[in-house]
Design a protein around this ligand. Structure first.
Ligand SMILES: Cc1cc2nc3c(=O)[nH]c(=O)nc-3n(C[C@H](O)[C@H](O)[C@H](O)COP(=O)(O)O)c2cc1C
Length: 344
């Protein structure tokens, strides 16, 4: 197995079998609370949780974040995730598609997404490290076509690359690379972290070169520093401070909540574990939420049925918050007041 394939396998194995959550930090969403509406003046069956995303209607605003591809077992994992996405009408991302640029051995692990999810948005995925040295958009266009993607996610992961045993902490040229992709691709480019968060300043720099979608992928869920620290075998003692490094999801959202450019759209992820959290993210300014490891865990625990149950539970949670705050649709929910307990 190539280095890229065996890394993707390690990532799934560690995320399923080891404790890889943040240890000393949460995603900050517990600090926020909606005001309960004792007189909602609406019937729960009239509430509409749907949103439009990249020209498709989702049953509720959730993306199954990109996790895997590029080795044998990834075919069944992506196949099952895509099946659930199609059933529930949710968007779904491919994991990093770097391996698909190396050879065609595991192309099926990516193409299964469109096969099993023919009518929902699919997001192709490549790393900022690759983008920083990409001379033109040909490889990115190839990845978009391979999965018939509706957008390309560029994952920026400096912390992960820095700690990864075989990592490439080389980001010089990344902004120019993003600008080139925005100019050349017909699909939107989504800039996404992997669990350390995107600050307002970084989001604005990406926006200046035309990136209109930011997935903050904040701290508080899966620690990718943690995953890579578990993979290191060099005996070098890395500070545990890195395990918990990053901007919590709620704090990243707060930074982008006010005075952001009208054409900058926000995806909230990092430690999303129920539909109440999704609702809070929307009230904090996000257009959609996304989740990775909690969905993989459901799949590993009880197959696609368990995953479906988790996803339909999250929709039910979201509906509950909408009912209890008197929001008839997602736009109304996004305008509902939300209070920070620590600031009161
Ligand atoms: C097993 C696994 C593999 C992942 N691989 C990728 C990847 O290839 N590309 C990417 O952009 N993000 C990847 N991620 C990161 C997630 O998309 C997400 O940003 C991060 O895990 C934080 O979300 P969570 O707290 O819901 O897990 C992966 C996550 C998991 C759990």
């Amino acid at each position: 197995m190539s280095t890229t394939s065996s890394r993707k396998k390690d990532h799934i194995d560690l995320c399923v079998n080891e404790q890889v959550s943040f240890r000393a930090k949460t995603n900050g969403l517990e600090e926020w609370e909606f005001a309960h509406n004792a007189l909602p003046e609406l019937n729960s069956e009239d509430i509409d949780t749907s949103v439009s995303f990249l020209g498709h209607t989702l049953s509720y605003p959730l993306i199954i974040s990109g996790m895997t591809g590029g080795y044998g077992e990834a075919v069944s994992i992506n196949g099952a995730l895509a099946e659930a996405a199609e059933d529930l009408r949710l968007a779904i991302g491919a994991g990093s598609m770097r391996q698909a640029l190396e050879n065609d051995e595991y192309h099926e692990s990516y193409t299964i997404l469109r096969r099993n999810a023919p009518t929902v948005p699919i997001l192709a995925n490549i790393g900022a490290v690759e983008v920083a040295v990409m001379e033109d958009a040909t490889p990115a266009q190839f990845l978009v076509e391979l999965v018939e993607a509706d957008a390309l996610v560029v994952h920026t992961n400096p912390l992960q690359e820095f700690l990864q045993p075989e990592g490439e902490a080389r980001f010089r040229g990344v902004i120019e690379g993003l600008a080139m992709l925005v100019r050349s691709l017909e699909v939107p480019v989504i800039l996404k972290e992997v669990g350390a968060g995107i600050s307002r300043e970084a989001a604005m720099r990406a926006h200046e070169v035309g990136v209109q979608w930011i997935d903050v992928a904040g701290a508080g869920g899966t620690s990718w520093a943690g995953v890579e620290m578990l993979r290191r075998k060099d005996g070098c003692e890395i500070s545990p401070a890195f395990w918990d490094w990053g901007i919590p999801t709620a704090h990243a959202l707060e930074q982008l909540r006010i005075n952001r450019p009208e054409d900058m759209h926000i995806i909230a992820s990092g430690g999303i574990t129920d539909g109440v959290m999704i609702a809070k993210c929307l009230a904090l300014g996000a257009d959609l939420a996304a989740s990775a490891r909690p969905l993989l865990e459901a799949l590993k625990d009880g197959g696609v049925d368990r995953l479906r149950h988790r996803l339909c539970g999250w929709k039910r949670d979201l509906l509950g918050v909408m009912f209890l705050t008197g929001a008839a649709n997602i736009d109304e929910l996004r305008r509902k007041p939300i209070f920070n307990r620590d600031h009161e």
